[in-house]
Design a protein around this ligand. Sequence first.
Ligand SMILES: [Zn+2]
Length: 224
Amino acid sequence: MNGYRGAVDRSLETHVSQAVDVWLAWLPRWEPATHRGRVAPCRRCFGSPILSAAGLGADVPHGVQHGLSIRIKTIVDHAVADYTARNLPMLQTELDQQAARNRSRSYRPAEGLAPEFEGLPLDPDPDPDSPFLFTLAGLAEEADAGVPALPPLTEEAKAALRQEVGLADDYANMIGREVCAILLHHRLRIQSAISEYVEPQITAMLEELSRTLDAPFDPRDPLA
Ligand SMILES: [Zn+2]
């Protein structure tokens, strides 16, 4: 391993460690969601290697997982953006043009959200009994349609761009694997925080649920 890679590893270690710190500081404020659960699994969390490296399995509530997976994903995204800016000029130009196009949209509801909400669907699950008059995703689509499309690329440019996208993907996979290896060292403090702040709330919820199931009718209720 040369000196440059060593520097990248150390900065990744610092960023992952800081992201875990911030997530641990947030965790005591977590509460079980009382609203109806979502039907579709979260595309950021479902089957995420980041979450398995962190030891946050499917038995951990999604809200708890999401706050960590998004923060770690942001680290990977920044590393890839940095690599792209330094090494992949065609892809960088394409991304700059897309970013400029995005900035000219009048309505961007998915931007500037707290990590706990980032990447989640903008709207609640549709309820067939009461259709929405409008959805945030629909409004965003309308705003997007009002902005002119980017000029088409030549076949040659497309091929070059595809190659750079492949390199960016490879880099993202490599950083992802490194981040997972780093997370293994944080498993113990993640696990002890789950035991302290999350498990008691889940146990209490399950006890409440079993009390409700044991006594479906209140004998004092005149309607029962
Ligand atoms: Zn999620």
